[in-house]
Write a protein that binds this ligand. Structure first.
Ligand SMILES: [Ca+2]
Length: 292
């Protein structure tokens, strides 16, 4: 019984977790098309499929200030086109909502929205070259007014085959006369959204701008400041060793030495004088002459 209760609790927790995650991811994708209303002035996002001319126009617009005019068309699908390969590859196969507003200039005509997928597997598709077209039903668009095209397209290219190209564009009815299918027209407020469960697309990481290398500041050569001559350390005068103090002699001792010196001097002087006297005394001259 306890095991059964534990199992029920565990299953409840798992279901709650799955349900909470489902709430987070259950939502349609944000708008996939870039500049869908032509208000951002992008120049390379929307191009012409074949050889027509596409240009921003401010005179006829469905909303905002700008629409896109397509002129000089030569074939039914020569229309504005946007490459959506990255987004559709990310969101994958399944249901997509598409819509757009068109304004014809010459005569009412059939117009539709086209999503073309091309797989790396070139055996896929009606032409066996990897391409397949997903089309909204034709709508009779009006001359001199805005008509909404819309539909839900279920893309079913092989899930295991990488998409090499996905495009969003328009097509006129090839069975109609040329004045209908090749006329100039305007388009505005386009849309392409993946419905149902989608994974949030990671925000594109902006390319970091290179950090400017600072110009090295020239460090001026420092002026040589004469080193202040340190004050001469007075040469230490060696301390003269204090003479060993002679043993103090008594005054009597000094006197004795003085007396002895005096005696020596006196005796020396006397002796010298004597010898000098003796040296100076001439001996008596003997008479050495012959006697007569
Ligand atoms: Ca607009």
């Amino acid at each position: 019984m306890k095991k059964l209760i534990k199992l029920i609790v565990a299953l409840t927790l798992v279901m709650a977790l799955i349900f909470s995650l489902a709430i987070v991811v259950y939502a349609d994708s944000p708008e996939i098309l870039i500049d869908p209303g032509f208000e951002e002035g992008t120049t390379d996002v929307w191009t012409a499929y074949v050889g027509s001319t596409v240009s921003d126009d401010n005179s006829i617009k469905h909303s905002g200030n700008t629409s896109l005019m397509c002129s000089g068309r030569t074939v039914k699908h020569d229309t504005p086109i946007q490459d959506v390969t990255a987004a559709v590859s990310y969101y994958g196969m399944g249901e997509y909502k598409v819509s757009a507003w068109v304004y014809l200039t010459t005569i009412d005509a059939n117009v539709q929205i086209v999503i073309m997928t091309k797989c790396a597997d070139t055996t896929f598709g009606p032409l066996a070259d990897g391409r397949k077209w997903f089309l909204t039903p034709f709508v009779v668009a009006k001359k001199g007014g805005w008509t909404k095209l819309e539909g839900t397209l279920t893309l079913d290219s092989p899930a295991n085959s990488e998409l090499s190209l996905v495009q969003y564009y328009f097509s006129f009815d090839d069975s109609e006369t040329e004045d209908k299918k090749l006329q100039d027209f305007y388009v505005d407020d386009c849309s392409l959204i993946k419905t149902g469960t989608v994974k949030p697309m990671p925000t594109a990481v902006p390319t970091p701008s290179p950090t400017p290398i600072p110009t090295p500041t020239l460090i001026p050569t420092p002026t040589l400041v004469p080193t202040e001559k340190p004050a001469a350390t007075p040469t230490k005068i060696p301390v003269v060793a204090t003479a060993t103090k002679a043993p103090t002699t008594s005054s009597s001792g000094n006197s004795l030495w003085v007396w002895l010196a005096a005696v020596v001097i006196v005796l020396g002087g006397a002796a010298g004088g004597y010898f000098m006297a003796m040296k100076g005394k001439k001996p008596p001259i003997e008479n050495t002459e012959p006697k007569e």
